[in-house]
Design a protein around this ligand. Sequence first.
Ligand code: ARG
Length: 461
Amino acid sequence: TNPKTWSDRFKTALHPAIATFNASIGFDIELIEYDLSGSIAHAKMLAKTGIISSDEGEKLVAGLEQIRQEYRQGNFHPGVEAEDVHFAVERRLTEIAGDVGKKLHTGRSRNDQVGTDTRLYLRDQIQQIRSQLLDLQRVLLDLADVHVETPIPGYTHLQRAQPVSLAHHLLAYVEMTQRDWERLGDVYKRVDISPLGCGALAGTTFPIDRHYSAELLTFGKVYANSLDGVSDRDWAIEFLGAASLIMVHLSRLSEEMILWASQEFSFISLKDNCSTGSSIMPQKKNPDIPELVRGKTGRVFGHLQAMLVIMKALPLAYNKDLQEDKEGLFDSVKTVKGSLEAMTILLKEGIEFKTERLTQAVSEDFSNATDVADYLATKGVPFREAYNLVGKVVITCLEAGKLLKDLTLEEWKSLHPAFENDIYDAITPKQVISARNSYGGTGFEQVRSSLKAARDRLNSA
Ligand code: ARG
């Protein structure tokens, strides 16, 4: 049977298929703990302001706490007839506490209620994701610590450009995740605003104390305008934007790991605990984990797009469209948390850098050509002239099947009289890397100080 939900204005119950279509209980049950906390704060506020008696307030709080226990023990399973988590809780409360349960909704609407619940949920999730971002940074820094002097080819256009310190490469991701952490801290400020007491749209006739309920829920602020309070979802969009950027960063790192694990690059090996095989090709070892992270990025971008479209041109104030904010938000939270955890484990114990291969890789290409031009420029040859000349040297070497380091001193001198014997030192990978000691560059000294700065920042976060 399908009980009637609405006031006596309605004579019949909903068509069953329409009830199912309309219901959000299938997913908003995820909010139940927050719904209970929000209702407890509301009940305490009603008692404090004398809108209900303190005895009634205590009965409501006790009933709500009992529902929390029932839920935690796995004994609360509202069905579609409840429509949503808010009605489910109110109904159960009235079963438990009797008629006083019917007073809970005084001076409140599901519109400010659902906004409160979702914000409380997201505040918690943001804190968890921020701490996961720091865990990832810690693992990146631990890796960087041991690889300051490990070289890795640096690329532009995916063509060998200049070699860099592997630690420098890893520290680039530390910076990205630091921005993610800061960005979420900023989003948090806009999630941390209480809409409770905005009512359906216009406020309420009761002498409520919005600041008191907000304080009980430790909200930093309260919405200043009730229409805005019940219909604002900027904070959800901002969160999805921040979540999308986290996924951008994780997918870039994933892509690099996938490339590095290929036989063509062979910069890392995948350990058994974090890689997978093939059902047919016995030799295969696949980077499924970074591939999945790369693939999951699409969902979060999609949820951001969906939320923007939901909000576009939505008239004030609450519209049922807003019920659609939840599934994408929940899925994004789950996806970001799962991806962060997987990448952290992968970096910590699932891969190994092949340092010999990396060292060999940077000594068999022309990624030291800029340094030859810089060498001449230091000796007074204008850089553009030096650049052109080294281009010619490179083509000569390519034709002769040689590297720059293979040229004899006579050959160097015939190209330009400024070359001396120290050209050989100037173009070793180690020197090429350590010479780039400009602020933020890959020089070992710079990298060590960036590492220390990042570690200090992490320790004081
Ligand atoms: N389940 C609804 C939602 O998620 C709760 C608010 C319903 N409000 C309303 N006026 N129908 O948005």
